[in-house]
Design a protein around this ligand. Structure first.
Ligand code: B12
Ligand code: SF4
Length: 598
């Protein structure tokens, strides 16, 4: 039969990616002789376009894979499809498994597959193909008139090596790997033994109690063979092991890593939990090419983390792992959440503090959304924090919560979220600067000494350090509203120069009435401005409304060699190009520094 999968990825802020679940299902279906297609929607699709996509493929069955955040879209799309097609529809995935009653209450679904789907879906496709009644297929729920048949689960797949490698063709994998990213992702196993209260793992374990081991690994050889079979075809730049905890089983990790180091040697990333690694494991990962580890920090208060989230690691353990990673040159990413039930602003500040201490190479902040089938979902319901019919937010980067939170107002949540975003941007900015000046010295960072500057005009409050973000490149700028000027009194070291990047804030690109803004660097070789001879050392005109090439960071520099050993007034000026057409504008000098001349 022809089965079409539909996978939506709306508002997750994630670039196109591989989906292992669909890959595994597609491989099993193809092995059983079925024809498989996939349609991915990265943003909401119109009804006509959806119907046209389905007509083009002409499926005998349509399958939706759903996580909670995407479910509302799957529900809507399935209703549209039901009105136009008679192909049966089957839903599966983590949300369908953990909230099956509610999901099956939606009449468009003919079938639901709970838990691992490989065998059940093949049996369903075979049965429908050959006109056999699928009513007894394990893991399958189905509609019989107004009744719902709920079949038991079959035991978990014991030997993951028995599965065919997840299918890549159905994803147009070459396309996924195009461009800079070139990330090829893999799964080494399934299941996690921990019991974090916000995570689906505990719910799945409970569901499968007595039906086999929840935590399973493929053999190192099986995984290596899969990598070997794909690497020549796709030429990945980096591999990504998407397992919940790649380092869960120390013996497995060491055995795999040793062979990987000998045979594959491609850079890779993986998820770790701090209790599962020590320096020796991290050293082995590094030697094998580990570029980055992703670490769930989640919350910075040990007691809250232990009691509410059931995460038992200490802050000392978290800090140690980040220290080791920095020492070994492995990038360490920190994943955090905000807006847990009972979390106060003071507790959330602890997460910020912990992140300032561990200095991650990348900081991610998500807003907590409770998912059905998790402990915290139940607790939110019991505590009356979750309004009836509350929808999960789109993705979890939207700075809002579906919860009624007595411990934190919405405004407080948003202010804290802003602080996390600022910290994350400042981290990225520091890393960029560190890379730029790796072999050189920064004598003075003008943002650091901003409080010593003299704001000549306009109001002091209009001039401040703030982040401008363009094309995801966020840089700390000294913001000015032209005409304005900031003066620093400095002693200039030998062999130095001024460096910065200039830009107008994206919010004013299309609004400015004037003819753009002039950025100027003036030097007065005297302490008191106005007394010495003021000289223009640098001038740059930006007019992003007219010139699209001005809609980015423009690097500027000026040699200060002739002022070596002297004290000067260094003045950062912004003014309108045509002052008669003056308008409110927002201009910024990003990362202005006095640095060693290369
Ligand atoms: C890798 C991963 C990602 C990757 C890749 C996506 C993917 N699913 O492969 C990326 C980074 C892109 C990602 C994104 C997101 N993720 Co994610 N992700 C995972 C992770 C770690 C592994 C997924 C996986 O491959 N599992 C193994 C495969 C074999 O299992 P499976 O996908 O569940 O599929 C099996 C069955 O469910 C079933 N099945 C699945 N689909 C279907 C469809 C049909 C028709 C049938 C019959 C059966 C069936 O059969 C499959 C084979 O046995 C899981 C945690 C986990 N361990 O599962 C979280 C997880 C799925 N992610 C989660 C979340 C929250 C997200 C995001 C919402 C985060 C965000 N940025 O906003 C997005 C949502 C993306 C989307 N559009 O759905 C949550 C979902 C919780 C929930 N209740 O919804 C999980 C469970 C993590 C957690 N600890 O809670 N994720
Ligand atoms: S350690 Fe990670 S994957 Fe395991 S239960 Fe906790 S959150 Fe889930």
């Amino acid at each position: 039969m022809k089965l079409l999968f539909i996978y939506s990825n709306h508002a997750t802020y994630l670039s196109p990616h591989y989906h292992h679940g669909i890959g595994f299902l597609a491989a099993s279906l193809k092995k059983a002789g079925h024809h498989v297609g996939l349609t991915i929607y990265d943003c909401p699709v119109e009804r006509d376009a959806l119907i046209a996509d389905i007509e083009r493929f002409g499926p005998d069955m349509i399958g939706f894979s759903v996580a909670t955040a995407q479910y509302k879209y799957a529900r809507l799309y399935s209703s549209w499809i039901k009105e136009s097609f008679c192909a049966p529809m089957v839903v599966g995935g983590v949300h369908a498994t953990l909230d099956p009653e509610k999901v099956m209450a939606h009449p468009a679904w003919d079938y639901l597959v709970a838990g691992e789907g490989e065998e059940a879906l093949v049996e369903l496709a075979d049965a429908l193909d050959s006109g056999v009644d699928p009513a007894n297929i394990k893991n399958l729920w189905l509609r019989r008139g107004t009744e719902i048949v709920r079949n038991d689960l079959r035991p978990l797949i014991e030997n993951l090596d028995s599965l065919p490698y997840p299918d890549r063709e159905v994803f147009d994998n070459e396309h996924l790997l195009e461009g800079e990213r070139k990330v090829l992702s893999f799964l080494a196993g399934r299941g996690c033994p921990y019991g974090c209260t916000y995570c689906f793992n505990a719910g799945f374990r409970l569901l499968y109690k007595g039906m086999g081991k929840w935590v399973r690994f493929r053999s190192p050889q099986n995984l290596l063979n899969e990598i070997r079979s794909l690497a020549p075809k796709y030429s990945p730049r980096i591999l990504d092991f998407n397992d919940d905890i790649f380092t869960l089983n120390r013996d497995w990790t060491m055995a795999f890593i040793e062979k990987y180091r000998e045979d594959i040697r491609l850079p890779f990333r993986c998820n770790v939990r701090v209790e599962t690694v020590d320096r020796e494991v991290l050293e082995s990962l590094k030697e094998a090419g580990c570029d980055a580890i992703r670490v769930g920090v989640e919350q910075g208060d040990e007691q809250f983390r232990r009691t509410v989230l059931k995460r038992t690691m200490t802050n000392a353990q978290i800090e140690q792992v980040f220290r080791w990673a920095h020492e070994l040159g492995i990038k360490a990413w920190s994943f955090n959440m905000l807006g847990f039930p009972g979390e106060t602003p003071e507790l959330a500040e602890k997460t910020l503090e912990l992140n300032r201490r561990i200095r991650p190479d990348h900081l991610q902040i998500s807003i907590f959304n409770p998912y059905p089938g998790t402990v915290l979902w139940e607790e939110c319901l019991e505590q009356g924090l979750l309004p009836e019919n509350a929808e999960v937010m789109d993705g979890y980067f939207v700075p809002d919560t579906p919860l009624n939170m007595p411990s934190m107002t919405r405004e407080q949540l948003q202010t804290l979220h802003r602080k996390f975003v600022d910290l994350s941007e400042s981290i990225k900015d520091q890393i960029r600067i560190a890379e730029k000046y790796r072999s050189r010295k920064i004598f003075t960072d003008l943002v650091d000494i901003f409080d010593q500057a003299e704001i000549v005009q306009p109001e002091p409050g209009y001039v401040k350090p703030i982040y401008f973000t363009m094309d995801e490149d966020s840089r700390k700028t000294l913001q000015e509203h032209p005409p304005s000027s900031i003066v620093f009194n400095l002693k200039i070291p030998p062999r130095s120069r001024f460096e910065a990047a200039v830009a107008l804030h994206p919010a004013v690109w299309d609004k400015a009435l004037g003819e753009g803004v002039l950025f100027e660097l003036h030097i007065t070789p005297k302490r008191i401005i106005g007394k010495g001879k003021r000289r223009l050392l640098l001038s740059r005109h930006l007019n992003p409304r007219q010139n699209t090439q001005d809609r980015c960071w423009i690097e500027v520099e000026a040699d200060l060699g002739e002022f070596a050993g002297k004290t000067i007034a260094l003045e950062l000026v912004t003014r309108m190009q045509n002052e008669s057409k003056s308008d409110f504008n927002t201009a910024g000098w990003a990362n202005p520094v006095i640095a060693e001349t290369p």
